[in-house]
Design a protein around this ligand. Sequence first.
Ligand SMILES: NC(=O)c1ccc[n+]([C@@H]2O[C@H](COP(=O)([O-])OP(=O)(O)OC[C@H]3O[C@@H](n4cnc5c(N)ncnc54)[C@H](OP(=O)(O)O)[C@@H]3O)[C@@H](O)[C@H]2O)c1
Length: 305
Amino acid sequence: MRTTSPLTDTPAPHRWTVAVLGPGGVGGLLAGLLSRAGHRVICVAGEDTARTLRQDGIRVRSGQFGDFTAPVEADTALREPVGLCLVTVKHTALTAALERVPPQVLGDGLVLPLLNGVEHPAALRERYGARRVVAGTIRVESTRIAPGAIEHGSPFTEIDLTGTAERLGPLTAMFEDAGVRTRPVADETAALWAKLIFLAPFALLTTRYGLTIGEVRTGRRAELAALVAEAAAVSGACGVPADAARTLARYDTFPAGAKSSMQRDEEAGRPLELDAIGGALLRAAERHGVPTPVASRLMSELMAG
Ligand SMILES: NC(=O)c1ccc[n+]([C@@H]2O[C@H](COP(=O)([O-])OP(=O)(O)OC[C@H]3O[C@@H](n4cnc5c(N)ncnc54)[C@H](OP(=O)(O)O)[C@@H]3O)[C@@H](O)[C@H]2O)c1
């Protein structure tokens, strides 16, 4: 329900209760921003992280938003209904993490996953029901450097939400009010594939060869171009025509030293989202009979470790 601010006599924004499953680079940043904007935020995390968050809140260092600390509630499981549950774990932890958010507890709340990849919305709809899940993507570079400590490096934080503008209006207003540029996008498949065809070549090549994007786009340009063409062909077969030349040109706009998050995970010895990114690409290629020799070889080499 909207209330009126006694000072300005203008409608105060609706106060949401938001659960954040996986308060890491993405989830921690959003948890901090939403708490700072006056919403009630419940982070759902492992025991140690939950304890730290309860004690210290979320500490954000950000060029875009400034440095701030925001209080949050934290628990190891969701124990009450919420208006919105952000799902911001890595894909490798998704199945285990979802156990912490039982469908019957969530109530009528919306579920908004912001993982990279194209297959997780179906798994979430299976668990929580189609009506509750809003697919989305986020453009940001944000890192959890310790439990509850978030370093946000990109000068932008942008969310695309899929669905009708009418349904997404309140959600869009909540994020925008917290400083996150948010736009409704009509076509879910298009939004998810647009991200994947850019991300998959970037992640697979930088991780496979341990090179920055600058080194890949110069030293391995033919391979990059071939991989982008394969990804664009798969996207097209999935109903989302993609412009391979334009995608290739986007890598040229990146700072030469940029690394993919998969590459940073590899360097830190963390599990890789290989299956959600390269695996999903190969599965879609196989379904549609699209040849992907470069992607297949890179995936075999990466999986062989
Ligand atoms: N980071 C970015 O800049 C960025 C940008 C765009 C998209 N994405 C995508 O967003 C997703 C999340 O990435 P991220 O970088 O934010 O990951 P992250 O920093 O590793 O954060 C993941 C969080 O999930 C928590 N977690 C792991 N297992 C859990 C479990 N079983 N139950 C509850 N919480 C659990 C971790 O807890 P602990 O803190 O206790 O380890 C951590 O806080 C990925 O799909 C990624 O590809 C990331």
